[in-house]
Ligand binder design. Structure first.
Ligand code: AHR
Length: 535
């Protein structure tokens, strides 16, 4: 099954699990929801985030410095912290991305005035003064109540550098790195659960083959130690998109340890998870990815086709992993996902600043539906990126903070975190639209249950027509349903510092009769319905 090239020929390894859908548009869809058939837990880390030293994500987004007039705690923007806490943000990945493989952590600790500067060669070729470093990041995670996910420099760093960073972060005694940390004002070690072994090693992370990287991942994983009670979940940097062969090579190199039944410690698996990245990019070329806000319905539908591809790609990686790891000891991590459009006119092309419309919200909602359906294997996902970059949750404009439509999807869906997934099965015809020869289902949905209640997420991807959803709820009566709706007049609608047309409101068109929940979704909208179930 293996060839020399890390870009896979998809026909090599995995059959496409997504069958063609029938081309029959409809304005009504019927589905069955079995509330007494709980499936795998939806790991809360599927709602994770990513913050890179890129454009205005860290500087201006999270970090304004102690002297700023913008309210801050130790230099960290409090409006941003508050907005993210409201999402129950489970983890934050840092410092990259491509930046991670150019980053030398020792340059970012100690007195700020003594920290050496560096060139951020990937993102705008700007000078990075390292004023936001390890202590600032860990303080941010503490304020957010989020688990840190730190990515080590495998591309241009050393094994020793990575080993010493994790010692600096997590060791309690008087080891050299623990002493260095104390000299910088932090006595207690931090807890670092997630540890990335480089980033995109096939590209910006070193231009390596899968085999060469697998050797390095084992080496870095071996010397990234568990100090004291800290247990690292080491994540090997994985494939681009549907490069299933990259995943396979990493599994083959981990192979002799898989049977141990242990996932940490000396002589056990040197990495516990394998990542991959997938962005929703429409084209037609990399230079012309299209505007984030000015697009027609055809471009909208093409974006949705791209977004729904995530289901096939997750299934493809999971399929390869099942062959080597049927007991699912190794996690699959999608640590970069989201839309990638042209930057806003007049902004630095290296800063990847783009606006965010109802289209982005629907890209997010269909991704989450796919994540929920693959919760048995997919353990973490990180939106790229949290503030001011790509598919952001938040945009800052001076002292103003804008909640994007994507933010609202994360907020409306947060009840799925750590809930048990539930099967939601369309019965009969799925509404489908032909998009350049591809059948795009214009309905997407998923559900979960936790603490005696059910949360259902429903998306109508049709640009111009409403959709009636009839949900036959089986296994329990439907108690006290509450619906929330994210919609706007147009699919290009977006929020700014002065105008917020994309808001969440109550979903009024909601009824229950004979165990059937009936909801009308306006065109291009996302809704959630929650209800209690019998004990
Ligand atoms: O998120 C922006 C960039 O996209 C990341 O730095 C890199 O990992 C990916 O190519």
């Amino acid at each position: 099954m293996l060839t020399d090239d890390h870009r896979v020929d998809e026909s090599l390894t995995v059959a496409d699990p997504t069958p063609d859908a029938p081309p029959a548009p409809a304005t009504r869809v019927r589905a069955v929801l079995d509330v007494d058939l709980p499936g795998p837990r939806i790991n809360r880390h599927l709602y994770g985030h990513f913050a890179e030293h890129l454009g205005r994500c860290i500087y201006g987004g999270f970090w304004v410095g102690e002297d700023s007039e913008i309210p801050n705690e130790g230099g960290l923007r409090l409006d941003v912290v508050e907005a993210l806490r409201a999402l129950d943000i489970p983890n934050l990945r840092w410092p990259g991305g491509c930046f991670a493989d150019t980053y030398h952590w020792r340059d970012g600790v100690g007195p700020r005035e003594d920290r050496p500067a560096m060139v951020n060669s990937h993102w705008g070729d700007v000078v990075e003064d390292n004023s936001f470093g390890t202590h600032e990041f860990m303080a941010l995670c503490e304020l957010l109540g989020a688990d840190p996910y730190v990515s080590a420099n495998v591309g241009s760093g050393t094994v020793r550098e990575a080993a010493e960073w994790i010692e600096y972060l997590t060791r309690a005694d008087d080891s050299p790195m623990a002493r260095l940390r104390r000299s910088h004002g932090r006595d207690e070690p931090w807890t670092v659960p997630f540890w990335g072994l480089g980033n995109e090693p096939w590209g910006c992370g070193g231009g390596m083959s899968s085999g060469a990287y697998a050797e390095l991942a084992r080496q870095y994983g071996t010397y990234s130690l568990d100090h004291g009670d800290n247990r690292l979940y080491r994540i090997a940097a994985g494939a681009a998109d549907a490069d299933y062969r990259w995943t396979e090579v990493l599994l083959q190199n981990l192979g002799r340890y898989l049977g141990d039944g242990e996932v940490t410690g000396h002589g056990k698996n040197t990495y516990q998870a394998i990542s991959f990245h997938h962005y929703t990019i429409v084209g037609p070329t990399w230079e012309e990815k299209g505007s984030a806000t000015r697009f027609d319905d055809d471009e909208y539908y093409r974006t949705m086709v791209k977004a729904t591809e995530i289901e096939r790609i997750i299934a493809g990686h999971a399929h390869v992993m099942d062959a080597y790891d049927p007991d699912k000891r190794v996690g699959l991590v999608l640590d970069e996902w989201g839309t990638w459009f042209d930057v806003e006119p007049g902004t630095n092309p290296g800063f990847l600043f783009q606006q965010n419309t109802v289209r982005d919200a629907l890209v997010a909602s269909v991704h989450f539906d796919a994540f929920h359906r693959h919760a048995d294997r997919l353990v973490m996902a990180n939106i790229a990126q949290t503030v001011n970059v790509l598919q952001a949750m938040l945009l800052t404009d001076g002292d103003a903070l804008v909640l994007t439509p994507s933010y609202h999807v994360f907020a409306m869906n947060k009840g799925h975190q750590d809930a048990a997934s539930l099967p939601l099965t369309v019965r009969g015809e799925t509404p489908v639209r032909d998009v350049d020869g591809t059948g795009l289902p214009t309905f997407s949905g998923s559900a979960s249950t936790k603490d005696g209640s059910v949360l259902v997420s429903l998306s109508n991807l049709h640009a111009t027509e409403a959709l009636v959803v009839e949900l036959d709820v089986r296994g329990s009566a439907v108690g006290a349903p509450v619906g929330r709706l994210l919609s706007a007049e147009t699919v290009t609608a977006h929020n700014t510092a002065t105008d917020t047309p994309v808001q969440v409101r109550d979903l009024d068109d909601l009824s229950v009769e004979g165990g059937v929940l009936r909801v009308t979704l306006p065109a291009h909208s996302f809704a959630t319905v929650s209800f209690t179930v019998d004990a």
